[in-house]
Design a protein around this ligand. Structure first.
Ligand SMILES: Nc1ncnc2c1ncn2[C@@H]1O[C@H](COP(=O)(O)OP(=O)(O)OP(=O)(O)O)[C@@H](O)[C@H]1O
Ligand SMILES: Cc1cn([C@H]2C[C@H](O)[C@@H](COP(=O)(O)O)O2)c(=O)[nH]c1=O
Length: 308
């Protein structure tokens, strides 16, 4: 099995056996690791595409990679769990592209600093919506579509569901217009799975989010705004429960990480990790380290200094 035939492994010729042996070295606990090679996620994703589960019309592209987005209110734990997932997927030999929205491209990061700048108090809702869509169009065109085409796993911190929740739920903007704007920006690219992380409460999430610095323009919105965003995310998950999986991020990071892996087990070969009582405990050490410390790894990063 080669990367060319399956789209499953890192671009160069890394066989399932080699990937398994890398992971064995890293974690040193699995004897039945060859089972991971058999559970190739891209085949699963492609199959789902062929079955029409993810592709809503015949013109939708069926990509070779896997696109997973993380959503949720402020401080939900998206950065932390993307980092954990990326680390494990890389150990399995996958090419992982980590991104954030808005951002992830040079243009997108410039738009991010404008839309989140707390001094931009004059920004109207229409301008805000279009900035998010502009950044999205650029990241889809420049990074997400090409990465999926070559078979990478793309992990994105927020995507179009955030526009539905923040500009739709939070600002009360027209839902149909938002759907059309999202479709225009995304050109048929849709997440294969979305993990919706839910902190214990809006207040807890905001406290977590601002612990390392000043609140940005959106974080500075009222608690009522953030409650509406939270409710809109909950509705999204109820209406599309096949794609959008809710995970509470109320307890230890290890418990939340295990629940995230559970929701992705049909896309990636995670069974051995899920059977291991102790595997997820190591991730409790990520608590409170913040984005800068976590994103020290080898894969494409969306930290401020290393923007893709
Ligand atoms: N179960 C949990 N899962 C993830 N993070 C947790 C959990 N419990 C506490 N935290 C803490 O919450 C904080 C916020 O996490 P993180 O930065 O990953 O959230 P985020 O959703 O990316 O935030 P933001 O909205 O600012 O982008 C971190 O300090 C993290 O250690
Ligand atoms: C994509 C997107 C984001 N937002 C909001 C949500 C957050 O408040 C910020 C992004 O900051 P984070 O620290 O990276 O979470 O922007 C939005 O309102 N609409 C969107 O489409």
């Amino acid at each position: 099995m080669t990367a060319e035939t399956t789209g499953c492994l890192r671009k160069a010729a890394v066989s399932p056996t080699e990937a398994a042996s890398d992971m064995h070295e890293l974690y040193g606990v699995y004897n039945d690791i060859s089972a991971h090679g058999a559970g190739c996620s891209c085949n699963a994703a492609k199959q789902q595409g062929q079955d029409g589960e993810y592709a809503e019309d015949a013109s939708d592209p069926v990509h070779r990679g896997v696109f997973v987005t993380f959503e949720g209110g402020e401080g939900a734990g998206k950065t932390t769990h993307i980092s954990i997932l990326a680390e494990v997927l890389e150990s399995l030999g996958r090419e992982v592209v980590r991104l954030r929205e808005p951002g992830g491209t040079s243009i997108g990061e410039s738009l991010r600093s404008i839309v989140l700048d707390p001094s931009n108090k004059a920004m109207c809702d229409e301008c805000e919506l279009l900035i998010y869509e502009a950044a999205r169009a650029q990241i889809v065109h420049e990074v997400i579509a090409p990465s999926l085409d070559r078979g990478a796993v793309v992990l994105c911190d927020r995507f179009y569901d955030s526009t539905v929740a923040y500009q739709g739920g939070g600002r009360g903007m027209d839902a149909l217009f938002i759907d059309r704007a999202n479709a225009f920006a995304c050109q048929g690219v849709r997440p294969d799975r979305t993990i919706l992380l839910v902190p214990p409460s809006v207040e807890d999430g905001l406290d977590r989010a601002v612990q390392f610095g000043q609140a940005d323009r959106l974080e500075s919105e009222s608690a009522r705004f953030h409650e509406r965003v939270r409710a809109a995310f909950a509705t999204l998950s109820r209406n599309d429960s096949q794609r959008v999986r809710t995970v509470e991020s109320a307890s230890a990071i290890s418990d939340t990480a295990r629940a995230v892996f559970c929701e992705l087990r049909d896309l990636f070969p995670f069974e051995a990790f899920l059977r291991d009582e102790t595997f997820f405990k190591r991730f409790d050490a990520y608590a409170g380290r913040g984005e800068k410390a976590i994103f020290g790894g080898g894969c494409a990063s969306f930290s401020d200094k290393e923007v893709r």
